[in-house]
Design a protein around this ligand. Structure first.
Ligand code: PLP
Length: 474
């Protein structure tokens, strides 16, 4: 894994054998115990077991926050084996840390829930760092040791920061062509843009804020037919509603900052990948275990790592993910229906509304995990998340008057919060990309993005109602 040949001494081998026994026990525990749990149990416990707690962590029932920069070793043999990555190690917290380790396992298991293969995860300091570290390994390497022009395909409807990263940092600064797909439901449009210099396909769904969607399985098949990976930003859905790897995606990026940690305690991200992904990059480690590869090599060298305190805060939020996402989705549905009948609203975009053009496609993919095993439902139920958007009649000025009149709903460029938040993307998240970029992404100036939190939906509706009524007042 280090990319160098290491001389394994007898003393090092002792540590390797000891750790192999530990790894075998861990694999058996995952296979025989954890993989048999329901989603909620995995979200609550992850890989942190009673045995871990009593043997290593003084019996702490909650994963400790390991605020330590590095690990000390028993002797030089253990140090040499650890730093050659021959045994699991915490060596140095830029590379690995016990708190981020449990965070990574919980996310790998949740995104891999229901998937027959194996998944792994690399934690990152933010969602943007997750995107950067997920795409770079496919772009940086000269496949055949000669200069090649490089391109990739991406859905034009995406988070504003993603647009900037791809358009400015990669395309303008580094000459790596980003081929935007304006209608990702058009498979021919994807197919027509792939050529021998394409490195990956990238899609965000449901997209923030317009809720673009595409047929994951069909796009994954297309990517694989060209020996390319499909990378999906699944931040808005979370694994409670959609697990793209189960449908053929190779890599998932998460802004864990958002719905996964609804409390709003800071910024964090993750890259989750299937083991044995599809790529034309001839690096076996990258192909076999992509998340571990980026964790131990590129991210070791670039350093976009997650703070252990942040990992523990996020872990705590994720324990109740499924029930929170269910409740917030139901409330959003109610608010969207109410808004769609309001005379001052031009249109409402929510995948859960039957007249949304992508409702049918989204209904194929977005299911509340384990609803069929839940007393309340006992059957599969669709849920569409808690992101919606709508246009206020009367243009940008009226939209801002309405927005300024909100009293309980917070004006913030944020989403996925336990508290309802709203923003006007044209003056916030999508301000940097200019009018042309917004047109490409279909962001009109009177568009309001609303994320319904865990308040009672009647109170959210009451706030919207008074703000809409007050719009015309001086
Ligand atoms: C917020 C967001 C990101 C970026 O994540 P950060 O944690 O803010 O860096 C990426 N994708 C989507 C869909 C987002 O909403």
């Amino acid at each position: 894994m280090t990319g160098q040949d290491v001389q394994i001494t007898e003393g090092m081998q002792r540590y390797v054998d000891l750790n192999n026994a530990y790894l075998a026990r861990r694999s058996a525990y995952i296979r025989d115990v954890v993989k048999k749990w329901r989603f909620d149990t995995i979200a609550v416990h992850g890989l942190y077991s009673v045995q871990d707690a009593v043997e290593d962590y003084q019996g702490a029932i909650i994963e400790p926050a390991f605020l330590s920069s590095s690990q000390a070793y028993r002797d030089s043999d253990e140090m040499a084996a650890a730093l050659a990555y021959l045994i699991p190690t915490w060596c140095y917290s830029r590379i690995a840390n016990p708190s981020t380790y449990y965070y990574e396992w919980t996310l790998a298991l949740l995104e891999g829930y229901g998937f027959a293969g194996e998944t792994s995860c690399c934690s990152t300091s933010s969602g943007m760092a997750a995107i950067m570290t997920a795409v770079q390994p496919f772009l940086m390497h000269k496949r055949h040791n000669v200069y090649e022009p490089r391109n990739f395909l991406a859905t034009a409807q995406c988070y504003g920061g993603t647009f900037q990263q791809f358009n400015v940092r990669l395309q303008q600064e580094r000459d790596i062509e980003c081929r935007w797909i304006e209608d990702p439901t058009d498979l021919d449009a994807w197919a027509a843009r792939i050529d021998k210099n394409t490195r990956f396909l990238y899609g965000e769904l449901p997209s923030n804020p317009q809720q673009g969607f595409f047929d994951i399985a069909a796009v994954a098949d297309l990517a694989h037919a060209h020996d390319l990976p499909l990378i999906v930003d699944s931040t808005v859905a979370t694994p409670a509603l959609l697990r793209p790897i189960c449908h053929g995606a190779d890599v998932v990026v998460q802004s864990v900052t958002k719905t996964l940690s609804s409390s709003g305690f800071g910024i964090c991200g993750a890259v989750i990948a299937r083991k044995g992904l599809t790529t034309s990059i001839p690096i076996p480690e990258l192909r076999n275990d992509f998340a571990l590869y980026i964790k131990y090599l590129p991210n070791r060298d670039y350093g976009p790592n997650l703070h252990p305190m942040q990992a523990v805060l996020a872990l705590n939020d994720m324990r109740t993910l499924r029930s929170k996402v269910d409740m917030m989705s139901r409330s959003t549905q109610k608010v969207a229906e109410w808004l769609s009948h309001h005379p001052r609203i031009e249109n409402v975009a929510y995948l859960g509304l039957p007249d949304h053009p992508l409702h049918e496609l989204a209904s194929k993919y977005m299911w509340l995990v384990d609803a069929e095993h839940d007393d309340m439902y006992g059957k599969p139920v669709n849920r569409y998340g808690h992101l919606m958007s709508f246009c206020v009649k009367g243009g940008a000025g009226k939209a801002r008057r309405f927005f300024d009149g909100l009293q309980r709903i917070w004006r913030a460029t944020d989403l996925g919060r336990i508290k309802s938040v709203a923003t006007i993307p044209a003056i916030s998240t999508h301000q940097q990309q200019g009018e042309e970029g917004r047109k490409l992404a279909n962001i009109p100036p009177n568009l309001v993005r609303l994320c319904v939190g865990a308040e009672h939906p009647d109170d959210v509706i009451a706030d919207l109602d008074q703000a809409l009524a007050g719009m015309d007042r001086k």
